[in-house]
Write a protein that binds this ligand. Structure first.
Ligand SMILES: NC(=O)c1ccc[n+]([C@@H]2O[C@H](COP(=O)([O-])OP(=O)(O)OC[C@H]3O[C@@H](n4cnc5c(N)ncnc54)[C@H](O)[C@@H]3O)[C@@H](O)[C@H]2O)c1
Length: 282
């Protein structure tokens, strides 16, 4: 069994991004800029945004976080997004999800200019992804494809099983795998007999948010496991959706939690923002 080390690869990517930022600054006099919209007091959201800001600082990006109270109006957030769309120092706009109940999330995501949509959540970019065209791709699935590439894992012809079908993880993951010529099976909360599906998988990708959802009797020998879940165990430790201790014994490759998919997500956010800045340069 080999560990797919997202921490190591992400730090290599961050070094590359930092170098390119220096070069861009020499050429254009400016650095990539990321704007984050953060609404309410969700603890996890604040932690993620903090990590993103730290990563931006480390590679030399300009970044700004627009923190707003949880009872903010839809209109006020929309105005901020419109301002960021117009701001020439901003290359990427990120609306941290989830948003409070009174806010129309879809409307906000659709308001972000597609050319600054570094999260790849705008329907324009979603459409380009599903048709196999260039565009911004959501950071978590994109990071997973980079990780597979680094370990020379080609999914062409493989049976891929994606468990979890959200717009930000499971669906774009399935599109990327399909574009890479895997046969893709997508499972979710209403799937009957999950085990029947997971047992067929040459590569199993799980992004659900349930501790130990995937157990050793649910996978075949030599399976490749990508654990996207991030959960807080009772002892306070971060764990994924896969019973790592027992499933790893049967796997050929596996991502750890933490240190697998999570760091790759942040690295891809930096990469997408840099690419946006480079496109804008022209
Ligand atoms: N590693 C990262 O960078 C990263 C990024 C985003 C999300 N995540 C993690 O991935 C997980 C999923 O996040 P999300 O935003 O997609 O969540 P979500 O709640 O939007 O979607 C969860 C999906 O899992 C499915 N599901 C729920 N229970 C199930 C079950 N018992 N069996 C099969 N399917 C089930 C649902 O139908 C849904 O499609 C969470 O743990 C989240 O923290 C990690």
């Amino acid at each position: 069994m080999q560990i797919l080390d997202g921490k190591a690869l992400s730090s290599k990517i961050k070094d590359e991004v930092a170098l390119e930022v220096k070069q861009l600054k020499i050429e254009t006099g400016r650095v990539p800029g990321l704007a984050v919209i953060l609404v309410g007091n969700d603890e996890a959201s604040h932690a993620y945004v903090g990590m993103k800001k730290k990563a931006c600082d480390a590679v030399g990006f300009y970044s700004v976080t627009h923190e707003m109270p949880k009872d903010i109006s839809q209109e006020a957030i929309e105005k901020t997004i419109e301002m960021m769309n117009e701001n020439p120092n901003i290359d990427g706009i990120l609306v941290q999800l989830p948003l409070p109940e009174q806010i129309d999330t879809t409307r906000l995501l659709e308001l972000v200019a597609p050319e600054k949509d570094v999260d790849g959540f705008h329907p324009f970019n979603v459409g380009r992804l599903t048709t196999g065209l260039d565009g911004f791709v959501p950071c978590t699935p994109l990071g997973i494809m980079k990780l597979l590439q680094e370990y020379k894992i080609d999914v062409k012809g493989m049976n891929a099983c994606v468990v979890g079908a959200s717009n930000i993880v499971g669906k774009p993951m399935a599109s990327l795998l399909l574009n890479a010529n895997a046969s893709v099976d997508i499972c979710h909360i209403y799937t009957k007999d999950l085990k029947k599906h997971t047992l067929e998988a040459d590569i199993l990708l799980v992004g659900v948010g349930v501790i130990n959802l995937i157990k050793e009797d649910m996978v075949k020998d030599n399976v490749i496991i990508i654990d996207i879940g991030i959960n807080r165990a009772e002892n306070g430790k971060l764990v994924g959706d896969v019973d790592f201790e027992n499933v790893s014994k049967k796997a050929s490759f596996i991502t750890p939690v933490p240190g697998g998919v999570g760091p790759m997500t942040i690295a891809m956010l930096l990469r997408n923002t840099l690419e946006s800045a480079k496109l804008r340069k022209n």
